[in-house]
Design a protein around this ligand. Structure first.
Ligand code: CA
Length: 254
């Protein structure tokens, strides 16, 4: 379904830093804290900001004998520099998704190869978790966007394993208001490829007999390690100490 990644390979590094360096840094920093500083690695989506590459087809990404790693495959989607008041959240382009197929959702996906040394050991250990996010923005009534992640033991859709992680989100109808949505979960042992997907439900994009696009930008995927038991123990001990000190202060103040 979709791909993962960060947006570090940006064609406009200075603009990219201005727009994203602090949030990305804070996100990583807080994630590292949550993970007890045990984060092992970051996967990176290719062109997570939809700025540098043309779209290929969904069928090319998931239907062929091999994944086209690092390319976005679309179904009824285009790349846009702006539609009315809606402009890209990250510098030059955004994904513009319209109804145009007979399915229930309009999808764009990227496959990620995680079989290499950066992730293989972590995934084999059963301690790998992912976090996948993207920005959504629409101005039609009641749009429903979503993210999903599928896992595979090989380079074809027939090798799918585990259950997909998938979640829909209610996107507000305020033009230009980018909302971040995130899914996360465990990566099944044996995973060699992941498919990250962004989508809108078709019915939600149809309003009053006409069709308006839903927009997506700044997709980002990270892969990290589940905290070690000792890390949880230390975090728990820290919480106990804080609680003890607080109670002690309350007693002394009384
Ligand atoms: Ca962009």
């Amino acid at each position: 379904m979709n791909a993962s990644a960060t947006v570090q390979n940006h064609p406009h590094p200075r603009l990219h830093r201005q727009l994203h360096h602090r949030p990305a840094f804070l996100h990583r920093w807080s994630a590292a804290l949550l993970l007890g500083c045990s984060a092992a690695a970051h996967a990176q989506l290719v062109d997570g900001g939809f700025d540098t590459q043309p779209l290929t087809t969904m069928a090319a990404v998931i239907g062929g004998p091999t994944f086209l790693y690092g390319q976005w495959g679309q179904e009824s989607s285009t790349l846009s520099t702006g539609v009315g008041p809606n402009v890209p959240a990250s510098p030059t382009r955004m994904l513009s998704m319209t109804i145009g197929n007979s399915g229930t959702a309009t999808q764009t996906a990227q496959a990620i190869d995680v079989s290499g040394p950066s992730f293989a050991g972590l995934i084999a250990s059963g301690n790998a978790i992912f976090s996948y996010s993207a920005l959504f923005n629409a101005d039609s009534a009641g749009p429903v966007g979503g993210l999903s992640m599928d896992f595979f033991t090989g380079n074809s859709f027939a090798t799918v394993i585990g259950a997909p992680v998938i979640a829909n989100f209610a996107v507000d109808n305020i033009p230009g208001n980018w909302q971040v949505h995130t899914i996360s979960g465990a990566i099944p042992v044996g995973t060699q490829s992941m498919l990250a997907q962004v989508y809108y439900l078709n019915a939600s994009l149809a309003a009053a007999g006409f069709v308006q696009p839903g927009f997506v930008d700044s997709a980002r995927l990270t892969i990290a390690a589940i905290p070690e038991p000792s890390t949880w123990a230390m975090m728990g001990l820290g919480g106990l100490l804080l609680g003890w000190r607080h109670r002690r202060q309350l007693r002394q103040g009384a």
